[in-house]
Design a protein around this ligand. Structure first.
Ligand code: SAM
Length: 212
């Protein structure tokens, strides 16, 4: 029988080099910085995936909201080629203003305003959106999903909703505590070791009566 060849000795890990590399590591976004990569994101199935993984029929959901507001603001954090927003735009036309965030610039008819940048460096406006969604997008890839969720909650109008998903970076107990401290309702729609999807509702606060 031929003698088994011994394996080459494993290279010792250069910990200093590794630590240096981690400091500048850009995460999962590396390949998505190009417009052609953005455009390639699952164009036809994207809306169906949002419904499936975020657990809501968004067109029905927005129809119900539309009866209460004149114009809805919808934000997709990590919008890919904008298929979700295009779907919403097709349905509601001028009744909706669609905004997306992505790592690369590209053109899409369904997006009224495209922001280009990393969610961890992006400044969200306050009390602007009726709906914020993020499917396999910015909250999933953020290095600080909890802080980003706090900002998303602040970006919701009173009565607005966010449907977000996260990777295993998220600590669900911390998210629950955050939502309790911000006085918003949290429903966990899916959760396992690697993936969490949630629905956050910012309930409408009754206005305090000013004594006459
Ligand atoms: C896998 S694609 C998903 C696209 C779309 N949400 C869908 O489900 O079809 C990831 C999207 O999130 C964006 N993205 C990833 N990491 C991000 C980050 N840190 N900040 C902002 N956007 C990010 C990418 O640019 C891309 O548009």
């Amino acid at each position: 029988m031929p003698k088994k060849q011994s394996l080459a000795p494993r290279k010792a890990i250069d910990r200093k080099r590794m630590a240096r590399a981690l400091k500048t590591w850009r995460g999962f976004d590396k390949g998505a910085r190009r417009p052609d990569v953005e455009r390639a994101y699952n164009p036809d199935l994207a809306y169906a995936n949002y419904v499936r993984y975020l657990g809501t029929d968004f067109i029905q959901f927005l129809r119900a909201r539309k009866s209460k507001v004149r114009r809805m603001n919808v934000f997709d954090a990590g919008c890919g080629k904008g298929s979700f927003l295009s779907h919403v735009k097709n349905e509601f036309g001028e009744g909706v203003f669609t905004e997306g965030l992505a790592l690369a610039h590209f053109k899409s008819k369904g997006i009224d305003r495209l922001h280009v940048g990393h969610i961890d460096k992006f400044k969200l406006p306050k009390r602007k959106y009726d709906l914020v969604v993020s499917h396999a997008g910015a909250t999933f890839y953020s290095f600080d999903p909890l802080a980003r969720t706090g900002e998303i909650i602040d970006a919701l109008k009173s009565g607005g909703d966010a449907f977000l998903d996260y990777s295993s970076r998220l600590d669900l107990a911390e998210l629950k505590a955050l939502c309790a401290s911000k006085d918003v309702a949290l429903t966990v729609t899916r959760s396992n070791r690697y993936y969490t999807a949630v629905h956050i509702t910012k309930t409408i606060r009754a206005r305090k009566k000013v004594p006459a």
